[in-house]
Design a binder for this molecule. Sequence first.
Ligand code: DAT
Length: 173
Amino acid sequence: MRTKPNIIVTGTPGVGKTIHCEIVAQNTGLKHLSINDIVKERGCHDGYDAEFKSWIVDEDKLLDAIEDEIKQGGYIIDWHACDLFPKSWIDLVVVLRVDSTILYDRLRARNYPEAKLQENLDSEIMQVLLQEARDSYDEEIVVELTSNSSEEMEGNVERIETWLKQWMTNSVG
Ligand code: DAT
């Protein structure tokens, strides 16, 4: 049994996963696990897609690389997919959502190639990651939160921290 929960923060690139995870990790002591960094640093990929400017993830290697850590609990996982993680590892799935005009500006600021920008905008509009989360986990643990503004981000962080406190209380009790 874990003494601390594992949380996934997911959503289309640019919704605010990294910034949410960093703040929650700083405030709570949960460890921020950036899957992007792990893929790069631990070589969990089959090479680089130059057109999309992204690594081609080897999911089996990735799961092997993080299994021992995640099973200890206490991680806030930052990744734009969630269906690869076994259900038994995860206690809460936060899906961040954003208006497409705001997302467009955030991805433009990152100089995304046009095809990648368009694919991500379509994905957000079609709610692809929300659907993936709902298909992969029990509905009680999937929470959809909007991340258009700093005020919304503060509210989201507070909600995640309240959930965490509740989880810790229940696990002790
Ligand atoms: P992700 O990790 O999902 O790709 P990010 O955390 O890197 O996204 O955020 C992308 C950019 O948008 C970054 O400059 C911070 C900004 N941002 C994200 N969420 C925000 C919010 N709710 N309010 C204001 N700015 C936000």
